[in-house]
Design a protein around this ligand. Structure first.
Ligand code: 6CS
Ligand code: FE
Length: 303
């Protein structure tokens, strides 16, 4: 009789009627004793361990960002991208909220993902080769850009995509200035040390609504309040080209944008190849490939 090993669920969520805090079972920085290479410094490594994120201003030049904007305009105008499911619109206005899967449809973004300025950071912190679990641009247009409510990405990626452990880092590259007026990414430093097990059950095809407005798998207000009371809230600001690297379990969110200025960021989610997806822990069908890559765990080759 063939028995398939059932992956133990170390971070159960959406399984009970009460929220629960589960202490993190995984290291934050997986490299031991090795010296980091640029752009990482030992101070930034220590900050990432403590806070669950680091921000590096102007890691990419304005000229490089201009090229990413030009590519983005080209992608946004392609009919097949607007119609193949990888483009998510805002519920009310119909504005484009996100485009997923950009590393696979654009050579420019595929090269950006493999740039040593990103690769050196995530391969050191994860101490492994990496592949892209998910890539997307969040547009957050001026005047009408909607919020992203507080959440841990890992909670969704674990429950709905089958990501076993916390060995995954998002790189958020600012394509526009991120300032206090246009809905910058907000993070709770230190929140990555506890996994907040959420209440509620995962509906079928949850992604069809959660990518527009996440309502399932979001932490309860008392947990968010306790975390904010304990650690505060930070919103890294900086010019276009700045990069925030944040750990998959760091609580984050962002407010709406009523300023005239867009807050557009590119996100690459780098997962350790040793942490490749298994069956979703919610027991539902896997989410579509353009949201969660489960077919190509080949290690990325840095440029
Ligand atoms: O479900 C997801 O994968 C997406 N949802 C949010 C709110 N952040 C991570 C990711 O883009
Ligand atoms: Fe997120």
């Amino acid at each position: 009789m063939i028995t398939t090993a059932v992956q133990e669920d170390l971070y159960p969520s959406r399984t009970s009627s009460q929220p629960e805090w589960i202490p993190r079972k995984d290291p934050v920085v997986h490299s031991e004793g090795r010296a980091p290479s640029t752009p990482l410094t030992s101070e930034l490594v220590a900050d990432f361990e403590r806070d669950g994120f680091i921000s590096i201003p102007s890691l990419f030049s304005e000229e490089e960002v201009d090229a990413y904007w030009t590519e983005l305009k080209r992608l946004s105008s392609k009919r097949e991208i607007r119609e193949n499911g990888s483009t998510i619109t805002e519920p009310e206005s119909g504005d484009v909220r996100s485009i997923f899967n950009i590393d696979r449809v654009s050579e420019v973004y595929n090269r950006l993902a493999r740039d040593p300025r990103l690769q050196n950071v995530v391969r050191y912190l994860l101490n492994d080769d990496v592949y892209i679990h998910q890539s997307r641009v969040n547009f957050k247009p001026g005047f009408r850009g909607k919020e992203f409510y507080w959440h841990s990405d890992f909670e969704t990626w674990h429950v709905e995509d089958g990501m076993p452990r916390m060995r995954c880092i998002s790189a958020s590259i600012a394509l526009t200035e991120n300032n206090e007026f246009n809905g910058p990414l907000m993070l709770i430093p230190g929140s990555h040390k506890q996994f907040i097990s959420c209440v509620g059950e995962t509906p079928a095809d949850n992604y069809k609504s959660s990518l527009k407005k996440q309502e399932v798998g979001v932490p309860d207000e008392s947990s968010i309040t306790r975390m904010a009371d304990e650690y505060g809230i930070r919103a890294p600001k900086g010019p276009a080209g700045s990069v925030t690297f944040f750990e998959c379990n760091t609580l984050h969110g962002s407010s709406g944008n009523i300023s005239p200025y867009p807050r557009s960021n590119v996100f690459f989610v780098f997962n350790a190849v040793s942490n490749a997806l298994v069956d979703p822990f919610c027991g539902r069908d896997p989410r579509p490939e353009h949201i969660a890559n489960r077919t190509d765990f080949t290690p990325l080759k840095p440029l």
